[in-house]
Design a protein around this ligand. Structure first.
Ligand SMILES: [Zn+2]
Length: 250
């Protein structure tokens, strides 16, 4: 059991150092993540606007061709109208002309509509494109900053993770889960040394009975106040014994 306690203490030490590295990086990873998300959202928005503009321009070019054909038809019908030899022919051609003219004004209106929509969208795109370049620069800067911080600490971090991987399998699985559970719930500290008879995690006094049990080093005990795994380190053990001795001699 003593080895288990020692392993838990070591594991806690490793995790505390890893948490310190994490702290050093601060909220940079989060900032980089959120900038990245914002960037991709904006890029998508710009792309979607650009493809709408393209679609409008395509429609405009299609209906402009239609308009040109329609004008040719109109000229042809107007010629036919002068050459009409019967009322029936005259009326039929007139109605064709009317139809062409209606088509022309429909196309004209649609082109005006498209032009104004495209103009509006292009105006709307300008600030988005400007924002994109600012955002990209910001993202690049933060990412570089983060990469520098990561490279400064990554060797240490890798070493710690490696030690963690070696030590964890040496501890009983249920104890590891317990450790992880407490660590999550208790701000990263799952294993606390007893300092001057108090829990090093919550500073509450540990009952003497438990300290006596812990001295035997044959079981895992948790603090009854905060639930952390508690242990006596050898220095404290010595000072406790000194205290007991001085109590006896005084
Ligand atoms: Zn406690």
């Amino acid at each position: 059991m003593q080895a288990t306690i020692q392993n838990l203490v070591t594991l806690q030490g490793i995790d505390t150092k890893l948490a310190e590295i994490e702290m050093l990086r601060g909220d940079l990873p989060k900032q980089v993540e959120s900038l990245k998300a914002e960037l991709s959202e904006l890029k998508e928005e710009i792309q979607s606007d650009q493809s709408s503009i393209e679609a409008f321009n395509k429609e405009k070019s299609d209906i402009s061709n239609e308009q040109a054909l329609n004008k040719e038809k109109l000229t042809k019908f107007q010629d036919q109208l002068y050459k009409a030899t019967s009322n029936k022919e005259y009326e039929a051609t007139s109605s064709q002309i009317e139809h062409c003219e209606q088509e022309n004004s429909r196309i004209k209106l649609r082109i005006i509509e498209i032009d104004s929509k495209v103009m509006e969208m292009e105006e709307g795109l300008k600030p988005k494109v400007e924002k994109l370049s600012t955002l990209e620069a910001d993202f690049q800067e933060r990412e570089n900053e983060l990469n520098v911080k990561i490279s400064e600490t990554s060797k240490e971090e890798d070493g710690l993770k490696e030690r963690r991987n070696t030590i964890t399998p040496k501890i009983r699985k249920d104890l590891v889960s317990k450790y992880e559970r407490i660590r999550k719930a208790k701000n990263g500290l799952a294993v606390a040394a007893i300092v001057k008879s108090s829990c090093g995690g919550c500073f509450n006094q540990i009952p003497q009975q438990i300290i006596i049990e812990l001295k035997k080093k044959d079981m895992i005990r948790t603090c009854e106040y905060c639930g952390r795994i508690i242990y006596l380190n050898d220095a404290d053990l010595a000072s406790l014994e000194m205290g007991a001795m001085s109590k006896m001699t005084s």
